[in-house]
Design a protein around this ligand. Structure first.
Ligand code: FES
Ligand SMILES: [Fe+2]
Length: 369
């Protein structure tokens, strides 16, 4: 797991100014709430007084109030009130929690979980076609799976699983010998990479793809790509017009569970009446992936590729792992062994950008490799 990327925290309508929302990401807890202007904030959940869970507290004006002794924190993480000191005494400089940059897009509240200043941050992935008139997004779908997020991303990057995991949907099947025709990865900005390759379409038994195929050629193009450690897209082009682009923004809750925010973009069947049907079919396909990926052994990707036998169709997975290695070498990978060992004894926080300019923080920074 990596800090210094954008993580989906919650659907926009889950974040309110009436009740704080407590969310776990990267094995840590966060609180999300809105101030009286409707602006969303994401803070470290741990009250620096004696460890209260801010997400279990209340919203008071523009602040979140700890349920234990009523300390109040504003959206910038500053403690504005310590009731037991009396209402006139200013809280000390150390009385602050980490507050993270927030962007709200596609009906999702995203937080940048890390400390670089704005100019140095990897960007949030832009869905270029999101507002285009010839594309239609589905309503956001949020679901949780019982597996590690890197297994989930790697599954989406894997072109060889479709015809075995999704045969009844008539999804694209393998055509290429990946050894003779290696998969070529192309950059997606500075933080991602993807591929498009021709596939054959097998006749589906049922489902949506049957309808979309009326004018489909024998060969379709499909592919996928990652952006940062935790976002992935699947591109399905049945014809020049009949296209799906499926975006998944993933939040590792911990090492065994992942929350996935799924946005399906389509370039055909624009009738809003089709929305629910498309969600249903996509979730049926997702369930086929879930059934397989939740049984993988080991739960997390092995540290060494000698403990797997990779073949040319695994090239996108290898590429993704190489990108993770680059981010690890930048010091962005969380040291899970240490975190596991100290959990229960130490409360950690992902360092926020304020830590670069201000000293004197109560919580330790999360250990990195
Ligand atoms: S623990 Fe939060 S106010 Fe005491
Ligand atoms: Fe799949």
């Amino acid at each position: 797991m990596y800090m210094n990327f954008w993580y989906p925290v919650a659907a926009s309508d889950e974040v309110t100014n009436t009740k704080p929302l407590r969310v776990s990401i990267l094995c840590l807890n966060f609180v999300a709430f809105r101030d009286s202007n409707g602006v969303a904030h994401v803070l470290s959940d741990t009250c620096i007084h004696r460890g209260g869970a801010l997400g279990e507290g209340k919203i008071k004006g523009d602040c979140v109030e700890c349920p234990y002794h009523g300390w109040q924190y504003a959206g910038d993480g500053e403690c504005t009130l310590i009731p037991s000191l009396g209402s006139t005494e200013k809280p000390p400089a150390r009385a602050k929690v980490d507050s993270y940059p927030v962007e709200e897009k596609y009906g999702i509240v995203f937080a940048f979980l890390g400390d670089p200043p704005e100019a140095e941050r990897p960007p949030l992935w832009t869905i270029e076609e999101y507002d285009a008139p010839d594309w239609r997004p589905n309503k956001l779908v949020v679901f949780e799976v019982d597996y590690y997020y890197e297994r989930s991303i790697e599954n989406a990057l894997d072109p060889a699983h479709n015809e075995f995991v999704h045969p009844k949907q008539g999804t694209p099947g393998m055509m290429l010998d990946f050894r003779k025709t290696p998969i070529e990865m192309e950059a997606i900005g500075a933080w991602g990479s993807g591929f498009m390759i021709p596939f054959t379409l097998k006749a589906p038994d049922k489902g949506l793809l049957k309808e979309t195929r009326s004018d489909a050629p024998e060969i379709v193009k499909a592919g996928s790509g990652y952006f940062g450690p935790n976002a992935v897209v699947t591109w399905l082009h049945f014809t020049a017009v009949n296209k799906f682009h499926q975006y998944f923004f993933e939040a590792p809750i911990d090492e065994n569970r992942t929350r996935i925010f799924f946005i399906n973009m389509r370039h055909f069947m624009m009738d809003p009446k089709m929305d629910q049907r498309i969600v249903d079919i996509n979730m049926e396909i997702a369930q086929e992936d879930i059934d397989v990926v939740s049984k993988l052994n080991p739960i997390r990707t092995p540290e060494s590729t000698t403990k797997e036998l990779l073949v040319p169709s695994d090239e996108p997975v290898v590429h993704y792992r190489a990108a993770l290695k680059i981010w690890e070498n930048l010091g962005w990978r969380l040291d899970m062994k240490k975190i596991r060992e100290l959990r229960g004894d130490v409360a950690f926080a992902i360092p926020s950008p304020d830590r670069r300019t201000r000293k004197n923080w109560v919580l330790d920074e999360v250990p990195r490799v």
